[in-house]
Design a protein around this ligand. Sequence first.
Ligand SMILES: Cc1cc2nc3c(=O)[nH]c(=O)nc-3n(C[C@H](O)[C@H](O)[C@H](O)COP(=O)(O)OP(=O)(O)OC[C@H]3O[C@@H](n4cnc5c(N)ncnc54)[C@H](O)[C@@H]3O)c2cc1C
Length: 285
Amino acid sequence: MARLADYNTDVQLKATVKKNTRHTPPDVDDIREIILDIESGDVAIQPGQSIGVLMKGDNDFGAHWHHRLYSIADLPKKIANGYQVKILVKRCFYVDEFSGERFKGIASNYLCDLKAGDHLIVTGPFGLPFEVPDDKTSDLILIGLGTGIAPFRAFVKHIYKNVKNWKGRIRLFYGARSGLEMVYMNNKKNDFANYYDEETFKAFEALSPRPHWSDPISLDYALEQRSEEIINMLNKPNTRIYVAGYEKIEDMLDKAFATILGSEDEWKRRKAEWLAGGRWQEIIY
Ligand SMILES: Cc1cc2nc3c(=O)[nH]c(=O)nc-3n(C[C@H](O)[C@H](O)[C@H](O)COP(=O)(O)OP(=O)(O)OC[C@H]3O[C@@H](n4cnc5c(N)ncnc54)[C@H](O)[C@@H]3O)c2cc1C
């Protein structure tokens, strides 16, 4: 996986906020959809890519540049002199283990506080995962946690709207702390419902049993529940697995796949194989 410092910040694009909408109620994590007009000129911005946000931050050693990445959360729209993109941002906080002091995540708070008409500096686009395989019979397993839903929204839309005639199965497993945090899959807004008519598409939600506690989200359970189909998919040579979201998704997947595949050793062996063959792609943050 690439390190943040490896991303080039020399190309700096001007962007303007078109809209900043909170998608969650006040008593749960603040997750926002932010629409940006990016002056990228002829440089195309594509689904599956991320953009960087660059801003001046302060630390003990004075001002420095703070750079963070955000996945494109919908199909980018061509506009005069660039592209309009949506990103999905969770307002992050950090509590110092020793002092108990609460710090704001710099980029996420900066973005969540922006208003329509504000300008910012954007880098990229960065062509990371997730590319669509050429073989339309490939089964795709998509696993997202929290804002990790963002790249899948663009990815699934791209497959059914642009690539078309997908023949393989697409299974989306998505975990969040409560139904209200299911930003793109709740009662008010259910983008993925657009694809429920597609024979090949199914989405499965996993929620924490107690939304206001930091209980683990039962994404592992949702996967284990469907282990028969997952094993069937994994045994096909052209199946791809895509993972996106917070770091803790790794522990959940370690647990779930060790159970599904029968042992931890078998899981480690298969994952190494899939990674080496480009069949496992992940965005972990
Ligand atoms: C490819 C990619 C795609 C991403 N896509 C998305 C996306 O679609 N949506 C999204 O919301 N995020 C996404 N992220 C994560 C995002 O880039 C940021 O990491 C996240 O928003 C937090 O950045 P921040 O500047 O707000 O927090 P920072 O200020 O960088 O703090 C980040 C974390 O560091 C820790 N921290 C903070 N201060 C300290 C300290 N003094 N000492 C020790 N630790 C500390 C805390 O855990 C804190 O939450 C993505 C990341 C990658 C790599």
